[in-house]
Ligand binder design. Structure first.
Ligand SMILES: [Zn+2]
Length: 199
């Protein structure tokens, strides 16, 4: 244990993903020895990114306003909702131009080993969006890996009893990978060939 503010810094760094206690200590001592201008630049960019970038209050996509561009767009199809893990998946799917509905960004995937369950994701915010019956199809576009599969299975069980059409992307995506790494044509085909999650 170190004194006061040095220990505070180590504690804060240790809360970052992938930074263990040893790394936190190493980064802290690096910062202590660094030029004040370099540390100031890092501090400024941390504050700036939090001040400028927000998340959409409806779908949790990255947005500079209260609601994102896609949620505000009247031309989007209100009957189809695509559930993704991260906002970078929204970017990947938008690039395919295959999808005209709206999104719901979970903020990750179910991963018991990392202590991430449905409560750590934006699952509870998904339910009110389906309550008025406007959405008739939910497309589960989670990553084609273990966590993505677990998340899609969980959501399928949750959504099917609500009488919604629940679909999954067609196979053909690189297994074990991230949705965002699939090329536009492959991802577009997976979208067009989506299948019902109930069979
Ligand atoms: Zn939005």
């Amino acid at each position: 244990m170190y004194e006061g503010v040095v220990q505070d810094l180590i504690d804060e760094l240790g809360r970052l993903p992938g930074v263990g206690p040893k790394s936190a200590q190493r980064i802290a001592f690096h910062l202590l020895q660094a030029e004040p201008t370099d540390v100031r630049r890092l501090a400024d960019v941390l504050i700036e990114v939090k001040a400028r970038v927000k998340f959409c209050s409806i779908c949790f996509n990255v947005s500079e306003d209260e609601q994102c561009r896609i949620c505000r767009d009247e031309r989007r199809d209100p009957s189809v909702l695509c559930v993704v893990e991260e906002y970078k998946d929204v970017v990947a799917i938008e690039r395919t131009r295959e999808f005209r509905g709206r999104y719901h960004v979970l903020g990750g995937a179910i991963s018991p080993i990392d202590g991430i369950g449905p409560d750590q994701l934006h699952v509870k915010e998904l339910m009110p969006r389906l309550a008025d019956g406007a959405v008739t199809e939910v497309i589960l576009a989670t990553d084609p890996n273990l966590e993505g599969e677990a998340t899609a299975t969980y959501l399928t069980r949750l959504l099917l009893p609500m009488g919604l059409r629940v679909t999954r992307l067609a196979s053909g995506l690189p297994v074990g990978g991230d949705l965002e790494y699939a090329d536009e044509v492959t991802l577009g085909r997976a979208f067009a060939g989506r299948r019902s999650a109930s069979d």
